[in-house]
Design a protein. Structure first.
Length: 280
């Protein structure tokens, strides 16, 4: 069955049930779920623009719906991860950040109001977010982290790094196993975004990566890729680097909710090993 039909059949069933609003929310979420379950990245690369346009049409009809905005943010970020062109990836990162920020403002008004203000006010607002608000915070935090990848030379963007780190710290304080280690993965990447001489924390980063490995039971192969790329290279630890990447290549990528990202992780692991980075 084609990817389009896989998505269209459950959507048609919902529409026939007579609940268009519910159909929009459920279908938008299912788009992302089906994408992540695909075992052919090329199929998803070809279909993703249509998926994104579809979700954006739903957002245009319900511009303040936090669930649709969050799905739009995650879909834009996921599509960007499939592309090679840095300019297109940057534009999609900008779009994901815009949707995620709007989702945050629709659901977490106090955090949104404090976002551009002093750190102390932002910290106080985030501290009041309970477990029910963690998904919303996480979508915004991950979109912000992706956006930062393309704006790393912007000093104003880097000045807000402590706020971004605070979001992941808060999520993990509320739920240490959040999304099977994905919050630890991002926290680890942020902890080592700067060299140690400029405030980076490599030991903290390694702890987060190890915890992400444990919580995912080694099934989320992007953890090993980012652990190798971000920590092992900076630490000049080639044995760890090569062991992690070779583990990625020898692990079955088929895992519920992770198949697509695991296949992309295997593509990236091959590329990183081929660079022979430690010989440079």
């Amino acid at each position: 069955m084609s990817l389009i039909r896989t998505l269209a059949l459950p959507l048609l069933a919902l529409l026939l049930a007579g609940c268009a609003s519910l159909a929009s929310d459920r279908m938008a979420g299912q788009l992302r779920t089906v994408m992540l379950a695909q075992d052919d990245p090329e199929t998803v690369r070809a279909a993703a623009p249509a998926f994104l346009l579809l979700v954006e049409s739903l957002i245009a009809e319900s511009p303040d719906d936090p669930r649709l905005l969050a799905t739009g943010a995650e879909l834009a970020a996921s599509y960007g991860a499939l592309l090679e062109d840095p300019d297109r990836r940057a534009r999609l990162a900008d779009r994901a950040y815009d949707y995620a920020r709007r989702a945050l403002c629709a659901e977490q008004a106090a955090v949104c109001a404090a976002l551009d203000g002093p750190f102390e006010n932002f910290s106080a607002a985030v501290a009041k977010v309970g477990p029910a608000g963690l998904d919303n915070l996480y979508v915004f935090a991950t979109a912000w982290a992706t956006w930062l990848e393309f704006h790393g030379g912007d000093m104003d963007a880097l000045a807000n790094l402590p706020k971004l780190e605070l979001l992941f710290d808060h999520i993990l304080s509320q739920d240490p196993g959040f999304r099977a280690g994905r919050a630890h993965l991002y926290a680890g990447a942020l902890a080592i975004l700067r060299p140690a001489a400029l405030g980076g924390q490599p030991d903290k980063a390694r702890g987060h990566f190890e915890e992400a490995l444990r919580l995912s039971d080694g099934k989320d192969l992007m953890v090993q890729v980012e652990y190798a790329r971000r920590y092992a290279r900076q630490a000049q630890d080639q044995p760890l680097h090569d062991r992690l990447l070779n583990q990625v290549l020898t692990t079955d990528p088929d895992s519920p909710g992770l198949t697509l990202t695991n296949l992309l992780a295997q593509e990236e692991a091959k590329r990183l090993l081929a660079e022979d980075w430690f010989a440079l």
